[in-house]
Design a protein around this ligand. Sequence first.
Ligand SMILES: *[C@@H]1O[C@H](CO)[C@@H](O)[C@H](O)[C@H]1NC(C)=O
Ligand SMILES: *[C@@H]1O[C@H](CO)[C@@H](O)[C@H](O)[C@H]1NC(C)=O
Ligand SMILES: *[C@@H]1O[C@H](CO)[C@@H](O)[C@H](O)[C@H]1NC(C)=O
Ligand SMILES: *[C@@H]1O[C@H](CO)[C@@H](O)[C@H](O)[C@H]1NC(C)=O
Ligand SMILES: *[C@@H]1O[C@H](CO)[C@@H](O)[C@H](O)[C@H]1NC(C)=O
Length: 879
Amino acid sequence: MVRLVAVLLAAAAVARAATTSAPSIVPGAYIVEYEDDQDSAAFVNTFGGQASLRKDLRFKLFKGASIQFNDIKNSDKIAAKVAELPTIKRIFPVRRYPLPQHTVHSTGDAGSEAVAKRDKKGHGDKGHGGKDKDTFTPHLMTQVNKFRDAGIKGRGVKIAIIDTGTDYLHPALGGCFGKRCLVSYGTDLVGDAFNGANTPEPDADPLDNCNGHGTHVAGIIAASSKNPYGIIGAAQDVTLGSYRVFGCTGDVGNDILIAAYNLAYEAGSDIITASIGGPSGWSEDPWATVVSRIVENGVPCVVSAGNDGATGIFYASTAANGKKVTAVGSFDNIKTPALLSTATFSVDGGSTASFGFTGGEPAAWANVSLPLWSVGFDTADPANGCTPYPDSTPDLSGYIVLVRRGSCTFVQKATNAAAKGAKYVIFYNNAAGTTSVSAVVNGILGVAMVTAEQGASWIKSLEAGSKVVAHMTDPLTAPKSLTYFDNTASAGFASGYTSWGPTFELEVKPQISTPGGMILSTYPRALGSYAVLSGTSMACPLAAAIYALVINVRGTKDPKTIENLLSATAHPNLFRAGGQSPPLLAPVPQQGAGLVQAWDAAHATTLLSVSSLSFNDTDHFNPTQEFDISNTGRRAVTYSLSNVGAATAYTFAAEGDITPDTFPSELTAEFATLSFSPSRFTIQAGRRKIVKVTAAAPAGLNAKRLPVYSGYVAINGTDGTALSLPYLGVAGSMHSAVVLDPAGALVSRARDHDNAPVPANTAFVVAPPHHANDTAYANTTEQPKLVVTLAMGSALVHVDVLSVGGVPAVVGQPEGVPALYNPRGTFEYKWDGRLVDGTYAPAGVYRFAVRALRIFGDAAKESEFDRSETVAFGLQYLA
Ligand SMILES: *[C@@H]1O[C@H](CO)[C@@H](O)[C@H](O)[C@H]1NC(C)=O
Ligand SMILES: *[C@@H]1O[C@H](CO)[C@@H](O)[C@H](O)[C@H]1NC(C)=O
Ligand SMILES: *[C@@H]1O[C@H](CO)[C@@H](O)[C@H](O)[C@H]1NC(C)=O
Ligand SMILES: *[C@@H]1O[C@H](CO)[C@@H](O)[C@H](O)[C@H]1NC(C)=O
Ligand SMILES: *[C@@H]1O[C@H](CO)[C@@H](O)[C@H](O)[C@H]1NC(C)=O
């Protein structure tokens, strides 16, 4: 049972920072999994009023409960006892997960319906000769249009969406909830006011009228053509289940997610999709293991890969990183749609013309009619308005300042304009389309963005000495118009924000990619009805819809069969960063198998038995692997196998670095060598063949920089078959990677958000042991805060409190450790003197000693841990 105690204590009481850090935990809340079924109410009663039931989690595939200990301060201790009960299989803290940070580019308005009905230029299905042609660009990119043209729209398939709910009253989303409605099942597990930390108030109605994320996701899957903008759901005939797990804002605990997944499974869903996650990199994560279990029971689960591409390689997100879970990465749309608010302008008092803009924050634009002014007329100036304006600048309070986007922040640009009295700023873009910008700056009442073209045209007039007056409108109520721009920067390439795998144990992640960047879909009526959003959140639901289409065609919903098909038929693309492409395929850890080609997947007659191969690292090199090729066609096919290398990505920018490089990693054109046995062969119709692949890692690389090589086994058949099987490996040792630098742990002040280290021997005065009311001591005490920065992920982190002076001794462990399955990044926790056994360390001088297990390390050996000790600090209790 000792092992279970370890599991239980993982990450408890560890409050983690927002960026590159693990999901935070809910104090005193735990998920228990029972050995056998038992009554949850009776189980909670055994704690004699010390615990309450958060959520009964008794399902076919998971039997347990999440419980809230009322005495949060002693919850670890009570939970440790729970773990020792023979009826408990495991217990783990409730962690909170956010919606991946997606970008809102533009939204419609309350009048969208009426306005766009007049707009006959809408993209989409009002095509040629009245035929219902699908020209929606995310569909053209993935062959989804071919299904629609063939009348295949997912009929009979049930897709459960775990998200913020759905505005099912939206005219393009069926207009009702329940039997015979598009959104025919589901529930609200949390209520509007839920924020991830407070008590959920479930009800039966999963309506989303305040968040938007889930309504956008639902439209990607199944929006009807009853909309003015040519939005087409990829699988309009499916029925949707809506499981609402977020309130209007905030996070969700993994107990709610586990409940939602099990409810969706038991409701008979054929596919479950979730655009939710948090950094992890470990397939052993509790939530991920529950999703894996559902996939093992025959229901495909697709999860967004995450939007942390900027953080670089080895940053897989849970539950996408679960075994058998299909992690979906994002590609950028080939067209950039924008829903622009319309306003008018005039030049030199002439007639008015209209233009489109996207309102930002703040946006008090109603009735603002002012002349434009700009600090420079160079429409290619990369850093326009980034430095303080010249002394000759007039008082700008009577103008709208026009500034080009680029180099410095919007806030910096607005601040420089405000310094000369400006109240209004319009940015003109330096890329296609517009985005919604935020520049909350003293004195500024309105910010907005117009296109690069509109900006250039105004600048030309200003340069010619003309007076340009903009007659602005309230962006919330102004009529909207849909404009498509060519995406010249990134059309059809992996999105810069898409999170990179693989897991720390070198499982291939992500599996596949679909368009998620610049996606037009439905939005709650209360928030504008339509919106353009970017994120892997937008890619994942398209993949779910594609599963439904493939199920329609092939008549199987076996998760492995479909994932193998989608992977083998996907199209890998070149790497892209900053508008440039080296002549190298993007690494598998970024794009997985590449951009899904749904029609090819649905109709392939050659099937592979796997969706990817991992050759592991040099310590665990597994160079020879086998997979099956089946020819389900009606004729014999001769196949030839070859190797197509993708860019090798260096994990570390330089030898000696221990933290992975941020995006874009340095790439090289050294590829692994693959040999095949046999490499050319014929398979008769209806037969299969086992082939053997043997890999040799690329030569000439610097193993200390942990190069991750990858590529594709190309399988070409005489019947025109052209499949590609992604693979990856590491030409170095994961175990050799430092996970915790000797300087990786420090002591800071609990209230210091910057985590600045304190000098040695700083004295901390904390509240008295067993005090009841933290608030009462807030101003007179301050706790020390241990800040640990893991350079790479660690499956096990221990912390000891060492007494200093005399013979150094371990006095105990602070609550919340050991922490299991940690991502790389920073986590922190505040210490009030309490130890994990419930006692308090006496007043004295201490230091923290942190030990983090190396990747693939043996936890039984002390030598397998990296160590870091903090400076000494004094601990005193307020009398
Ligand atoms: C803008 O002008 C209209 C018409 O004069 C008026 O009804 C409205 O209240 C004004 N809005 C603001 C925010 O001043
Ligand atoms: C790599 O090897 C280690 C050690 O055998 C193993 O635990 C891990 O699962 C392997 N990774 C993959 C993806 O097979
Ligand atoms: C198989 O097809 C791929 C992609 O078209 C190509 O790059 C590769 O050279 C082909 N291999 C063989 C052996 O023909
Ligand atoms: C703590 O200080 C703040 C700011 O000075 C004050 O508003 C608050 O009332 C104080 N709280 C207590 C418990 O003394
Ligand atoms: C905790 O202390 C604060 C400040 O002294 C007080 O306002 C509050 O009522 C106390 N709470 C409880 C539950 O006693």
